[in-house]
Design a protein around this ligand. Sequence first.
Ligand SMILES: Nc1ncnc2c1ncn2[C@@H]1O[C@H](COP(=O)(O)OP(=O)(O)OP(=O)(O)O)[C@@H](O)[C@H]1O
Ligand SMILES: [Mg+2]
Length: 389
Amino acid sequence: MENSLELAGITKAFGRTGVLADIDLAVQPGEFLSLVGPSGCGKSTLLRIIAGLEHQDAGQVRIAGRVVDRLSPRARNIAMVFQNYALYPHMSASENIALPLKVDRLSLAERLPLLRYLSPRRPRIERDIVEEVGKVAEALQIEPLLARKPGQLSGGQRQRVALARAMVRQPSLFLMDEPLSNLDAQLRVHMRDELTDLHRRLGATFIYVTHDQIEAMTMSSRIAMLDGGQLAQIGSPAELYERPASLVVARFIGSPAINILPARLDASGSVLVGNLPAGLVVPGRIAGPVSLGLRPEHVRLHAVCERPMPMATIRRSEHHGADRLLHLDLVEDRKAGLIVRIPQDDSGRYQPGETYGIGFAPEKAHLFDGDGMRMAVTGTAPARIGAAA
Ligand SMILES: Nc1ncnc2c1ncn2[C@@H]1O[C@H](COP(=O)(O)OP(=O)(O)OP(=O)(O)O)[C@@H](O)[C@H]1O
Ligand SMILES: [Mg+2]
């Protein structure tokens, strides 16, 4: 309970533009929850509401079981780390980190250049602060940098100083808004590890906004996806990957992205791609357009087809280390392409220009209705279509 977070019915509009509509979310103590979604969907707005930097039109924010809606950002004791670090350029790293503690513990007069020397308690408080800054700096391994100004630090070092400043008040809830997006690719990977490690060591609750689905997949205990002002889905990375609740989620999670093939349900409930049966049956649904989702690693290419099946021609083959990515065009529908991930293979198979049957294990297929919502596949055609190549 200590550092849990609950949102109940959070609603927010800017003028006439609705941004968040009735968001309910419960974050467990110590959880690492990533908040993802397309640009402009309200991720930053939701974080700012939790932090108290923005006020919701309706709904409640509860931290550790307590309603905090009337508390100032400072009183909520939340750490917020932004993408642009927001360090003071004229202060050294240690002064930047110490600032929140000074604001908390010293009066305005005690912080003024001349008056401060009149305060009898100031030296003791400042000694404590130096000690606490030292501890945080040690945890983040930035002790050698403490005397430097932000302008003398690299992007990753600045990010660590910003983190240190957020950590120094020992908050139990960390809100991070794309904290790594200003870093180069290599440093991002490194900081990803550091943040995961920090989360483990602190045992604090992290809410982490990112555009980067790989970051979300690798770091989080759960991912919440926001779309159109609502939570499209919340679950473990594996749940979102294996059972996306909608086309939007399916498309967002996974790299390369899931293949979405335009398809159709016929009157018997059979799924057709082009005019050919794809091997899936969904009885009891009204005939009409659907979308068939196949992850790149779940497509099977058949050189020999035992029955009519959708065919595709390889346009390009890319070397990706251990894997190869094949880009194919559907023969039936030239506009629809798909990407297939196969293990690297030196037998000379799968050359551009070759045509294969498109198959898959039925339990690996995702089917979405005309509104983009996941459909249960209630029946399947024989488990394997065609013979393996
Ligand atoms: N202060 C504001 N006044 C008016 N509109 C705003 C304000 N802040 C945000 N918005 C609008 O609210 C919507 C949500 O913005 P928000 O910054 O929360 O999105 P986001 O999901 O963080 O996007 P991004 O991924 O690009 O950072 C956007 O349409 C934005 O233009
Ligand atoms: Mg944002």
